[in-house]
Design a binder for this molecule. Sequence first.
Ligand code: AMP
Length: 333
Amino acid sequence: LCSLFLFHPVSYFPNFAIGKNKFNPTMSLLVIGTVAFDAIETPFGKTDKIIGGAATYASMSASFFKKNINLVSVVGEDFPQEAISMMQQRGINTDGLQIKQGEKTFFWAGKYHEDMNSRDTLDTQLNVLSTFDPVIPDHYQDCEFLMLGNLMPSIQMSVLQRLKKRPKLVVMDTMNFWMEVALDDLKKMISMVDVLTINDAEARQLTGEYSLVKAARQVLAMGPKYLIIKKGEHGALLFHENNVFFAPALPLEDVFDPTGAGDTFAGGFIGYLSSVGDVSFEAMKRGVIYGSAMASFCVEKFGLERVVGLTEREVEDRVQQFVDLVQFDITLV
Ligand code: AMP
């Protein structure tokens, strides 16, 4: 159980301190989503149950930009304390993580196709999630940035409703599973957020449009001011009104496991924005680059392994690689 995770004893995790002046530590960030066990199969190998979950990836990724991240989620009594300690060591506050005695943690199993861009869900066991009633601790109430990670849309909604003050920025991620089992709730939820992040297949499924530009127009008409469409190894698109920004994915020699890349992207995106306290389109463009950089690490190893072992220096170098990748000089006469 959790063998991949246990290769990394807690003491191994470097304890980073984000001390850069450019980051603003005062803006609070709340992350909700699944904290899970995953079983993953890719052309490179197969894992037994390892630590996963949308909120785990998103909060771990955001922790490279921001301290004092508040987590709201639920696990069963089978979830290892070491994994909770790992999050705490990265500055993630787990007071809002419920541990249900006598119950089992959410479990997801997936298998990637040869191209690694598409996958099949083999199993989804909601377990503790089926009765999850999120509790927002009082000291989480002052939330300026909210990441509604992948979760049942009705639960995402209850978190938003339980905050006394609407956050400055609400970012939501979801997946095809919820389009299939809870479409009405999902659409209602989408209408209430500022930024929606989905992948290209999900954008097509949600709108019935093959063209991502047409799909984006439809999604923006549903309510969000910004839409990010993630295209795996083909980068990500940020739409806002009639503007579109494109961030490439870093061409990597080896992609071992794309699981969590979307959540890691979202965590990097909102982690960066909350650290600078800026929600302008220009800041979001930079957020998309930071998110893409974090996602590029995630896919290099199985599960959380690569993100857990990262250093801030590696993050900075990777962002520089993105800058170099797209920088060119053209003088138009
Ligand atoms: P991603 O690869 O970014 O789509 O995220 C994969 C993570 O999402 C895995 O760690 C799973 O535990 C989690 N996950 C899978 N299915 C669901 C679901 N239906 N709702 C919430 N989280 C899920």
